[in-house]
Structures are given as structure tokens and as C-alpha cells.
Design a protein around this ligand. Structure first.
Ligand SMILES: NC(=O)c1ccc[n+]([C@@H]2O[C@H](COP(=O)([O-])OP(=O)(O)OC[C@H]3O[C@@H](n4cnc5c(N)ncnc54)[C@H](OP(=O)(O)O)[C@@H]3O)[C@@H](O)[C@H]2O)c1
Length: 304
């Protein structure tokens, strides 16, 4: 089995594993504490040492479940890099008042959300904290103040963003002393807008790696009955045979990792066999014609 290597995320940035285990769906995996710890140890053993969380995942419950598992073997903390995110204030479905979910990039909101994440995870420091979604009311000076405070206190080592446009990225970067270490963005054969809208160009320019989320389109790539999904499955299977892949998931990871912005890919599965398959995909190398066959299958037209 291949071992997943660590890669530098940005100039002076941290090293993350080239595949990152996402924990958004942890609450649906039906694992007790011990099973959560076993899953964590299994992916660390494959070299997948970076884990992705967010304050909003199951309203904080995913971080709590992860923290409980970590507490069973605190020595694991030194073997992993923990990423979390802030900035989406959801409302409980039981809420009866007329209110909406909204974004919060205020200094106070950032500090409070980070404290809560640290407490739920049961750790003293995050390796990276990301702005989960662009807040249209974001005051970049306030965000910078909060980041500086979190850095000074040792609560967060590095900072990044998620779902940012390139202009939002530049705005925030202009107020920060250190390079943002990533822009975590959706990138899969169904939605790869970031390839053409300047997001990945900017990251390539700055030598900052994107983190690709929902690489398998949240699983819909296997099940959707749209003409696009059918075309994609046919093309991915054909490519799988050419490349000697075991599954179409592997072809998708090879397709994402071929992009010259050098993404790291987030995994969303809670199935160890599928994590292993993803790790084995790193040896697959796609050529340009094969990469564009996925593009054409997705769009349903040839390149201009
Ligand atoms: N920054 C953001 O805004 C943002 C947004 C979304 C996600 N994320 C991050 O990205 C991570 C990954 O996202 P994701 O969970 O959407 O990833 P994904 O890999 O696109 O989807 C995972 C889902 O696909 C299913 N799946 C995987 N392989 C399959 C197969 N061969 N056949 C059928 N179903 C299959 C999984 O089920 P099994 O568990 O049964 O394998 C799971 O339900 C999240 O955990 C989170 O950390 C970030």
C-alpha cells in the first residue's frame, strides 16, 4: 500500500498530508469512541495525518466526537495536524424566532468560535484555522486583529480561507503578516468552476495549495441519474481501465491532483477500505488528453 506524503502548503506554511481526512460526516458514521480512535489510527498509518473540521459541522458535535476519541490516546495529538474553520452561524432547526443563518467574521466572533473548537476537540492549539465562507460584511482589519491575537497566544499556528474568490483572498492577505496557507474550495468532476474563474490561477501564482472539498461530489457522482453524471461514470470507468485503477474514486483523485495548483484532496468517507483506495490512487498518473476527457464528459461539449 502506498504511503501518503506530506507537502508544503504555502511559502513558510505548514506541511499537510496530500490527502486530508474530512470529518464533516463523522456524526453519521455510527462509530463508538473506540471505533473513532481506530479509524483515526488507521488513516494516520497510511500517512493521512491532517484532519479537517469546522465549528459548524453538526453544530460542533463532530469536533466533540473527535475530541472524545483523541482523549483515549492523547499521544495521537503530536502525530496529526488539525484544521478547523469558523464563521458560519447556523440556527437550530428548533428555533422558532424569525432568524436566518448568517456569517460572522467579527473579531469577537472569531475568538469565541476558536475557543469553542479548542474546547470541543480537547486540544490547546489548532494547526490551521480557516474562514469557512466569505462574509460579505468582512472587515479585513478586524479579521487580522483576531488572527494576530490567536497567533500570539499560541492557539492557532496558521491561517487560511475557504470558498473565497481571488479578490476576497487578496483583500484579506493584504492585511496579514504571513501568507494564507490555503483556499479550501469545491473541486470535483461535476463542479470545477475554480479551474476557470481565477481561484486556482491565483493559488498557483502564490504557490499556495488549494484543499479540494467534496472530490466525489458528496457521493452523488456514483448515484445521480442526470445525463452529466452518466457521461462522467462512463468516461471515468473507461479511464480506470486505461490507468489500471481499482475504482472510479481513484480516477477522480488522480484527475484532481493533476492540476498544477497542486491541490491536497479532502476525503469524506468513513470507510477504511475507501480511504485505502484513495491512498493507492496517488501512484496513478493521468495525461493531458485523459484529463480533458473528464472535462468534456462533464460539460457535454468539446473544448472550444
Ligand atoms: N470548506 C467547505 O465549505 C467544505 C464543504 C464540504 C466539505 N468540506 C470538507 O470536505 C470533506 C469531504 O467532503 P465530502 O464528505 O462531501 O466528500 P466526498 O468524498 O465528495 O463525499 C463523501 C461521501 O461520498 C460517499 N462515497 C464515497 N465513496 C463512495 C462510493 N464508492 N460509492 C458511493 N458513495 C461513496 C461517502 O460515503 P461512505 O462514508 O459510506 O464512504 C460519503 O457519504 C468534508 O468532510 C469536510 O471536511 C468542506
Amino acid at each position: 500500500m502506498s504511503t501518503v506524503n506530506k507537502v508544503l502548503m504555502a511559502p513558510d506554511g505548514p506541511e499537510f498530508s496530500q490527502l486530508v481526512q474530512g470529518y464533516w460526516r463523522l456524526g453519521s458514521w455510527d462509530m463508538d469512541k473506540q471505533a473513532r480512535l481506530t479509524f483515526l489510527k488507521q488513516h494516520i498509518e497510511m500517512g493521512i495525518s491532517t484532519v479537517d473540521h469546522a465549528a459548524i459541522y453538526d453544530a460542533g458535535h463532530c469536533e466533540t466526537l473527535f475530541g472524545e476519541a483523541l482523549k483515549l490516546d492523547p499521544s495521537i495529538r503530536e502525530q496529526i495536524e488539525i484544521v478547523s474553520k469558523f464563521g458560519i452561524n447556523g440556527i437550530a432547526s428548533s428555533h422558532t424566532e424569525k432568524r436566518v443563518s448568517h456569517y460572522d467574521c467579527s473579531k469577537q466572533g472569531i475568538l469565541a468560535s476558536t475557543e469553542n473548537s479548542l474546547r470541543r476537540l480537547g486540544v490547546e492549539q489548532l494547526d490551521a484555522l480557516l474562514v469557512h465562507r466569505p462574509d460579505f460584511l468582512m472587515d479585513a482589519d478586524q479579521v487580522a486583529e483576531a488572527f494576530n491575537e490567536l497567533k500570539q497566544s499560541g492557539k492557532v499556528k496558521h491561517f487560511g480561507v475557504s470558498n473565497f474568490t481571488s479578490s476576497q483572498f487578496d483583500l484579506l492577505q493584504s492585511r496579514l503578516p504571513a501568507a494564507l496557507i490555503t483556499n479550501q474550495v469545491e473541486f470535483n468532476p461535476i463542479n470545477f468552476d475554480v479551474v476557470a474563474d481565477g481561484t486556482l490561477d491565483q493559488l498557483q501564482q502564490y504557490r499556495v495549495r488549494p484543499m479540494a472539498w467534496s472530490c466525489l461530489a458528496g457521493g452523488t457522482i456514483f448515484s445521480a441519474q442526470t445525463p452529466q453524471a452518466k457521461r462522467l461514470r462512463a468516461t471515468l470507468s473507461e479511464l480506470g481501465e486505461e490507468l489500471g485503477a481499482d475504482s472510479i474514486d481513484q480516477v477522480i483523485y488522480a484527475w484532481i491532483l493533476k492540476h498544477p495548483s497542486n491541490p491536497v484532496a479532502l476525503l469524506g468517507t468513513g470507510n477504511t477500505k475507501r480511504v485505502k483506495d484513495a491512498a493507492n490512487a496517488l501512484t496513478l498518473k493521468m495525461n493531458a488528453e485523459q484529463w480533458y476527457r473528464v472535462w468534456v464528459a462533464s460539460k457535454g461539449v468539446n473544448v472550444p
